[in-house]
Design a protein around this ligand. Structure first.
Ligand SMILES: CC(C)(COP(=O)(O)OP(=O)(O)OC[C@H]1O[C@@H](n2cnc3c(N)ncnc32)[C@H](O)[C@@H]1OP(=O)(O)O)[C@@H](O)C(=O)NCCC(=O)NCCS
Length: 178
């Protein structure tokens, strides 16, 4: 998938060093804190990724993100089916901090939404975001998501963390892009 400045591609077997380099910026880039704490963890992450790609009924779609101009790897994004029968998916993305504040997140958001709504036929996308994550909140607001509420103490980190739940529906997306 390609937008004006970013190319999204599937993760490959030789990507462990790339993943390891990206998580040097922030250890939460590809999952819960500490999930990738070593190059070996990055190798295991990539191995799991390849297994998810090969699953007969694919649930998880994850992509590496490169700048078209120069090819730098800037982060990753994902769409996960959460409830296939009810056509509900979650989305996520993480960029290396050096690439924040330049509109790449907004651009990648459109790629992810296009994949979900146009190609996977998702009806409802859900994003769970910590109230302190101002950049992510601004991003989903810009993309037309609606805040539905606060899930109290939904995540266990060093302490229990609340998350806001935001959603975008397929007809809302189509109305926005038409
Ligand atoms: C979520 C995340 C991808 C958002 O990144 P971001 O850089 O804020 O998002 P964008 O790329 O859309 O950037 C928007 C900013 O770029 C600016 N910008 C510059 N050029 C732009 C362009 N061509 N188009 C749009 N915006 C542009 C906007 O004005 C805006 O600036 P502001 O932040 O000062 O208001 C990033 O913060 C991240 O990776 N966080 C860590 C992981 C994470 O929390 N993921 C979400 C878990 S729920």
């Amino acid at each position: 998938m390609t937008s004006a400045r970013v190319h999204a591609r599937e993760w490959r077997a030789n990507d462990a060093a790339n993943v390891w380099e990206l998580v040097q910026d922030q250890d939460t880039l590809f999952g819960p804190p500490g999930l990738i704490a070593s190059l070996q963890d990055a190798e295991a992450w990539v191995e799991q990724e390849l297994a998810d790609q090969a699953a007969p009924e694919r649930i998880k779609y994850r992509f590496a993100l490169h700048l078209i101009d120069g090819g730098a790897l800037i982060g990753g994004c994902r769409v996960h089916w959460e409830d296939v029968r009810n056509r509900m998916a979650s989305i996520g993305m993480a960029l290396h901090g050096a690439y924040w504040g330049r509109g790449y997140g907004t651009e990648v958001g459109e790629l992810v939404l296009t994949l979900a709504f146009e190609r996977l036929n998702v009806h409802r996308i859900e994003a769970l975001i910590q109230p302190s994550n101002a950049r992510s909140l601004a991003l989903v607001r810009r993309a037309g998501f609606t805040k539905e509420g606060l899930l109290r103490e939904r995540i266990l980190d060093a302490t229990w963390i609340d998350t806001e739940v935001w959603s975008l529906l397929d007809h809302e997306w189509r109305a926005r892009i038409s």
